[in-house]
Design a protein around this ligand. Sequence first.
Ligand code: NAI
Length: 337
Amino acid sequence: MVKVTVLGAAGGIGQPLSLLLRLNPHVTELALFDIVNSEGVAVDLSHIPTKQKVYGYGPKSKTDTTQLKAALKDADVVVIPAGVPRKPGMTRNDLFKINASIVKGLVHQAGLVCPNAFICIISNPVNSTVPIAVEELKKLGAYNPAKVFGITTLDNLRLEEFLSLALKRVNGASIDPADLRGDAISIGGHSGSTIVPVLNSWASSLPSSVYDTLLHRVQYGGDEVVKAKNGRGSATLSMATAGYRFVSHLVEALADDLIVDEVAFIKFDELPAKGIPNIVSSQISYFSLPFKLGRSGVKFVQFPKNLSDKETKLVGIAVKQLRGEIDTGVEFVHHSK
Ligand code: NAI
């Protein structure tokens, strides 16, 4: 029995993500909350024949929280893609003003109603919205470091796809991107230079110009989509796929009591962790890292081994940038009502 609640379920990411969750046999109840059209999306999905229950919730007025509370009641997993997406020329940080308050408000209710749920944040800027979620939950006494995640899976999807294309270009090798999963991973944060692809043994196959192009595409892949959509939003379908990959893994861990390998932006300093270099742990406490995940959350965090000199340098750059973005999130909670 796993109940998943999606907050922002009628949006560009929320709808396809909800569709994928509707088709997951482990999800016994799907609760869809949005400030617009959530009931329409729920009724639409309810015509897909599955054993799962699906309900839509939307506020009856600007100040109504009863519907949000009902959506969150008994939730095991709360996924948050609520907020505004980027337009051309915007960075993820430009979204902060609007999305910070939205995430804070939604996480506040989650902390009150389902304090034991896993909280998965998609709303950007993830590097700041995750610290907002953590600080808000701390204020409520509902914070569990093993259960709060910023979903950075899209960086991993891009890395797998773009690396397989780069390898094909260099030596004609046809490598299924699925075979790169878990071997080449993206760590750090979820914006531009905070994204650090770690290539392991694949690095040696790439001439430096190909590597530089790959690095740029992984770090700024989001811009390609924003530009191509020309004012009609940012990544939605690839993001829904990424969000589903993370959430379905989490649901699997819950339903089947499995230990799974995942990567997400987490607050690592209160978790069992190995190998975190001083350059990271002395300056920040959040980083996107690989971990073992079980029914009660993150069990063990492991910093990737054998980074190249280039990758180590990128970690240093990421830390510098992340420090400010994390502080912005923390300060937002402590300086707002
Ligand atoms: P969208 O505008 O299509 O959908 C957002 C939805 O949130 C809308 O349906 C809106 O009504 C809803 N919403 C707004 N305020 C709300 C509230 N207080 N409570 C509940 N729902 C609320 O945007 P899209 O494209 O779905 O993107 C959503 C967020 O995801 C953006 O912040 C975007 O930057 C972020 N994103 C994150 C990625 C990642 O890798 N983590 C990748 C791509 C986008």
